[in-house]
Design a protein around this ligand. Sequence first.
Ligand code: HEC
Length: 184
Amino acid sequence: MDSFELNKIMGAILGTCLGLLSLNIAANAIFHPAVPAKPGYAIAVPEKPAGGDPKGAPAQQEPPIEQLLASADLARGETSHNKCVSCHTFDKGGRNLVGPNLYGVIGREKGSEAGFNYSAAFKKMKGPWTVQELSDFIKNPKLMVPGTSMTYAGIPRASERADLILFLNSKSDKPQNLKAAQAK
Ligand code: HEC
């Protein structure tokens, strides 16, 4: 077999392939197979309760923070507070960093730390921080206070927030008995 003959054979094979390809394209164009947006079968499964929805959707299933505080753990809270130390100090007289010093923040008037320049959104806030409000804020700062300058995504897990709040409570002149509060 000389190379000319080989060329003819290859040409024939190539031609057949091209022919099949154009047939396929033409068939697709004519018949439009309906490809579902999602492959597979759609099976209706009830949504899970929005327990720890990181987007902060109203989570009715979440137990109240007072209840979670009963099983909160100070040591775990101390570990968890490391997520905040790049922006906050927690000790008495600690400096304001990117965020205000948080010593005694439970029961402290919102947005009131001396020498800290709060965002316009925060300056409008009134009243002392309650445990529930702190939990809501730490869960999703931007959801609770739209326009806050606290650029932190938040802690979705309620039990971790309870640990952290127990830690915040320990950093205070007059810590509250948060574990007993829920028994009332
Ligand atoms: C990236 C920096 C940053 C991180 C991380 C951060 N914060 Fe903040 N935080 C801020 C800033 C800035 C403000 C002031 C918000 C404003 O003025 O809008 C603030 C405000 C607060 C306030 C309100 C204080 C007041 O005086 O009313 C609390 C409470 C708070 N942060 C708790 C936390 C906790 C708890 C964590 C860790 C889980 C945390 N923050 C992590 C920057 C941060």
